[in-house]
Design a protein around this ligand. Structure first.
Ligand code: IPE
Ligand code: IPE
Ligand code: MG
Length: 249
């Protein structure tokens, strides 16, 4: 029996978010440049995307490049951007094969033009796919997203399109990059770091958090299944008592 067989099919999350971390340490352990770690992270992206698509998960959001990552050395940023260009081009076929639709969240305009072009063409190509939606968080940070959302709300109020008294959690969610997506039920972070690093702060209000010590380039389908199995063992109470949940069943 494989780990996958332990999954309860009707208790899978609709949306899983992943902070893919540990590429640099993976490379360092091998005495190689950090970029080598990023290159080897692509296989893990493929594995997790395929696993999520096969399981019928609706949304997979991968934190690929944060607003703060622009502060890394220029050669690393440049290498990451070139890797994005080559990966989007080479993985488009796999996305089509797995019926995956590509989307992005983040400040797309801040990405190099070549990256923007590749993204646009891959998003157009996969737009009709009806399986998993793969969301790449690129030049993304939660505070950037929330701040931008607040600006848009203020503009709509000024234009008379929105009443201040109508602003509630649901309305606010519609002004975020993730509008039309359910909140992630599960957030995974690899590499043994226990922090959120400015990722989906609003959306993870009630997410289950799963921390893996595996460095991202070593992350495989089995590790993803293990995270899902762990998730399925949790009792999600949303502020209620355990007894209340049992009564509802
Ligand atoms: C994650 O790996 C990839 C990105 C943030 C782009 P890191 O590059 O952060 O790897 P570590 O944390 O230095 O090991
Ligand atoms: C978070 O990883 C961003 C991505 C995975 C893209 P970092 O490695 O940049 O996070 P910190 O700086 O260690 O918190
Ligand atoms: Mg890191």
């Amino acid at each position: 029996m494989s780990v996958k067989d332990l999954l309860i099919p009707d208790r899978l999350p609709r949306h899983v978010a992943v902070i893919m971390d540990g590429n640099g340490r993976w490379a360092k352990q091998r005495g190689t440049a950090r970029v080598f770690g990023h290159k080897n992270g692509v296989k893990a992206v493929r594995e997790v995307t395929e696993a999520a698509a096969e399981l019928g998960i609706e949304f997979l959001t991968l934190y690929a490049f944060s607003t703060e990552n622009w502060n890394r050395p220029k050669n690393e940023v440049d290498a990451l951007m070139s890797l994005l260009v080559s990966t989007i081009a080479s993985e488009a076929k796999t996305l089509m094969k797995n019926n995956v639709q590509l989307k992005t969240i983040g400040c797309r305009e801040s990405l190099p033009l070549k990256v923007q072009e590749k993204l646009t063409s891959c998003m157009e190509k996969t737009a009709g796919n009806t399986g998993l939606t793969l969301v790449l968080a690129l030049s993304y940070s939660s505070r950037w997203e929330i701040t931008k959302g607040v600006q848009k709300i203020a503009e709509d109020v000024k234009k008379g399109l929105l009443n201040v008294s109508d602003i509630d959690g649901q309305v606010f969610s519609r002004y975020l990059e993730t509008c039309n997506m359910p909140d992630p039920e599960l957030l995974i972070r690899t590499s043994g770091e226990f922090r959120i690093s400015n990722f989906l702060l609003w959306q993870i209000a009630y997410s289950e958090l799963y921390f893996s010590s595996i460095l991202w380039p070593d992350f495989r389908k089995e590790h993803f299944y293990e995270a899902l199995i762990d998730f399925q063992k949790r009792e999600r109470r949303f502020g209620k008592t355990s007894d209340q949940l049992i009564l509802k069943k």
